[in-house]
Every structure is written in C-alpha cells, then in structure tokens.
Design a protein around this ligand. Structure first.
Ligand code: SF4
Length: 425
C-alpha cells in the first residue's frame, strides 16, 4: 500500500496534521514503508539519532521509491546514514562561525547591510546534510518571544541593516499569527527595506503554503522567499501549487540547492532541476558546495564536480537558469563564487576568451579609456552620481493623451503603413 493510501485523504493536505504525524523513529519508518533494516544497522542508525533527530513528513516520505530506496534522493536526504557517525578531524560543529558573529541571541550579523534572524530552530523534515545540525532540532532552544524581541531591538538599533533574512530551522514552522507578529515588528523598522524567508516547506511540506499564509506574507511586502529543491523528484503537483501560490502573491521565490554526492552530483540531474525551477517561476539562486559540518563527508563532492556542473549549464541553457556556485568560506568569510575559467589570456589591449562551445575569441579593449581618478570627493565628481530613485515627471502613452498640459491627440507607431503612405503622396 502506498504511504498516502494509509492515511485519510482529508488529513493529507492539512499541514498541521502532517506535522503531528511526522515520522520520528526507525520503527515507524519501517512500519509505514515496509522497509526492514538488519538489527545491527538499526542499532547504528539509532546512534545517529542521538546526534541529529529524524523527522520526515508523511508527504515527503511518500516520495521515496521504496523498491530502490538506497538510491533514492529523498531517502538519502531525509533518512540517517551510519556514515554520519564518522567525523573527520577537519569537520566542524559550526563551520561558518555563525555563533561567533552573533551579537545577541538569534542574530548573525556578518555582512554590513543584512542580518540573519533565527526565529525557529525546528523543521518539519530534518535534512541529513543540514549545516546547522548543532542548533536545529534542539527543542530546548526554541527562541521565545523575549528572545525575538531582543533580535528585533538589535535590528532597530542598527540603521545600516536594510535586509533581514528570517531563518532557522524553518521560520514557517511558526503559525500564521505568530509569523504575522514577527513580520509586523520588522516591517515597522523604517530602515528595513527587504524581508527574506528561508524555508524548505514548499519542498518537504507544500501544504504549509496556505491561502492564509500567503495573505499574511502579502501584507508585509517586499517579502522574498528562498527554498531548497535538490532533485527533480521533489517536484509534485502539491509543490508546484505551493510555489504558484507564492508567486501569485508577488513573493519572488529563489532556490538554493546543495551539491550532494549520490543525490544530484550529475550535470543531467542539475540541468533538469534548473529547468523545472524556472518553469515553475523559481529563480535558481545558489548551488552550494556542501559545508564542512560534522558527519557530512559522505555527502561531499570535490569542488571539481561543481565546476563540471557549472560548465554544463553556462551557455548551454538560459542565463537565468544558472545558479551561482558558491563555497561558504569555513570560519565565516561568506560565500565565495566558483566558476569555470572563461578568460584564457589578457594583454594591455586584448582579452582572449573561450565560450561554452570551446570557441576561442578576442575582445579588443578601448584605446581611449580615461580612468576617473577617485579621491572620494563625490561632490566634485563628474560621474552622474544622482542616486535618488528616478521619478517620472512627464506623462507618456495613454497617460499623455489624458493629461491637461499636452495637446497630443493621437499616438501613432513610427512605421505605421497608412501614415508612411500618406507621407509618400
Ligand atoms: S530545512 Fe534547512 S534548517 Fe531545516 S534541516 Fe533542512 S537544511 Fe537544516
């Protein structure tokens, strides 16, 4: 019997029911899927759960191909592997040093104009490759309202913060009213221009994207959302509908994939994934090299695999279907883009480049370029430094016909045949 058929149809699409029925132990997983593990493997698997909990929503579990589960991308991302117990000396609890860049609980302030705000540390599905294993899933560390208020106060006190990224855990684990409260508090801060949400819900529990939720998000625009599809198999009617709801509500949706050995380390899989994303109005944003978090060695690929994948995408498909491949610098240096080399050589007046087909070409540099000497005295600079947003002060199009100050009575395209004929008489 398929996983879905074991449950009542009316419950299946209810996200709270899915959370209540999340699979948290190996016995229930065996029971629901019919997969049986040998006693020795089960003991080792249980050990992995002491380090990082198991949680799979019935929805996400239903995507596992039970007959070939060991090769299944959904199984590999959600079910523990005994290899997680192997921690290499160079692996770290907090490889991105997020805790070191944390001025108050819940806030990571690394880049000058933006902060990461951890408003939840639980998720509906725990990704085995999660980089925040040290925090995520720790139910003793769920930020309460007072902690959130401290974070909000920090943002208020730092006028340089124009972009707030709500993260976790999964921020959409908060219910709509609570999320509305957090968004209202942040939106009231005048210097915050953009709010972003990082959530894997569209992938692992798409029923969380309800009409009520998108109405809440709509109230606080501009709100962006980045999600985390890693494999084409994660696209279902339900996940497509969830994305569509977000896009229709004016929420720009981006995707951050992680390059994972045995899951998506193949140019063909990645190209298909990117095409599915853009077809469903999701912009591929980042492709992450897997971080040096403890117990993730079995998931990591050499950087060369990422470069090979980028080589297979750039030029071979539309530019907006190509994510930026990044390595998040261990120790907290931020994301560093990694690309195949396209510049072959360079002289003072010519650059030699190659394209995706292997065509080698030259680009002639300008002979007459006069660099502007910059002494940081912008008031004296000749460059057009008017950085205020532009304002239309003249009506065009139909608006022009409607205006009182312009006596134009009709608008005629330049190449209108009837007018051209008239002019030829
Ligand atoms: S959804 Fe994100 S935070 Fe949660 S387990 Fe997965 S990667 Fe970690």
């Amino acid at each position: 019997m398929s996983t879905k058929k074991r449950y009542k149809e009316s419950d299946w699409g209810d996200w709270k029911w899915q959370i209540r029925n999340t699979i948290n132990d190996i016995e229930t997983f065996e029971d629901v899927t019919g997969i049986k593990f040998a006693a020795e493997e089960k003991d080792e698997l249980s050990e992995t759960l002491n380090k990082f909990p198991l949680a799979i929503t019935p929805y996400y579990l239903s995507l596992i191909e039970v007959n070939d589960f060991r090769n299944d991308p959904v199984f590999k991302q959600s079910f523990p592997d005994v290899k997680e117990l192997c921690v290499e000396p160079y692996e770290m609890k907090d490889p991105l040093s997020e805790d070191e860049d944390s001025p108050v609980a819940g806030i990571t302030h690394r880049y000058p104009d933006r902060v990461l705000f951890h408003i939840s540390n639980v998720c509906s599905m725990y990704c085995r490759h999660c980089t925040r294993k040290r925090k995520v899933g720790d139910v003793d560390y769920i930020p309460n309202k007072d902690t959130l208020l401290e974070g909000i106060a920090y943002i208020k006190e730092h006028p340089q913060v124009r972009d707030v990224l709500l993260s976790g855990g999964d921020p959409l684990m908060l219910d709509d009213d609570y999320l509305d409260w957090v968004l209202t508090q942040i939106r009231e801060i005048p210097h915050v221009e953009v709010i972003r949400i990082g959530s894997r819900m569209p992938v692992v529990l798409p029923y969380r994207i309800t009409d009520n939720l998108v109405n809440v998000l709509k109230k606080h625009h501009p709100v962006w959302l980045n999600t985390h599809f890693n494999h084409p198999r994660e696209f279902t009617n339900a996940s497509k509908e969830a994305i569509s709801k977000l896009a229709n509500a004016g929420v720009p949706v981006g995707n951050q994939s992680v390059l994972l050995s045995g899951v998506n380390d193949c140019p063909k899989i990645m190209k298909k994934l990117m095409h599915l994303l853009v077809k469903n109005r999701v912009r591929p944003y980042y492709l992450y090299q897997c971080d040096l978090s403890e117990g993730l060695t079995h998931f990591r690929t050499p950087v060369g695999k990422g470069i090979e994948i980028m080589e297979s995408l750039i030029g071979h498909t539309s530019g907006f279907s190509v994510p930026t491949y990044v390595i998040d610098a261990p120790g907290g240096g931020g994301k560093i883009p990694a690309m195949p080399n396209y510049i072959i050589s360079w002289s003072t007046n010519k650059v030699v480049l190659r394209n995706y087909e292997g065509v080698i070409t030259t680009y002639k540099e300008p002979d007459s370029y006069e660099p502007i000497f910059c002494n940081r005295k912008c008031d004296e600079c000749v460059l057009p430094l008017k950085l205020d947003e532009g304002q239309e002060f003249e009506a065009i199009g139909v608006n022009k016909l409607l205006s009182d100050y312009d006596d134009t009575i009709s608008l005629v395209p330049e190449d209108n045949e009837r007018h051209l004929l008239r002019e030829s008489y």
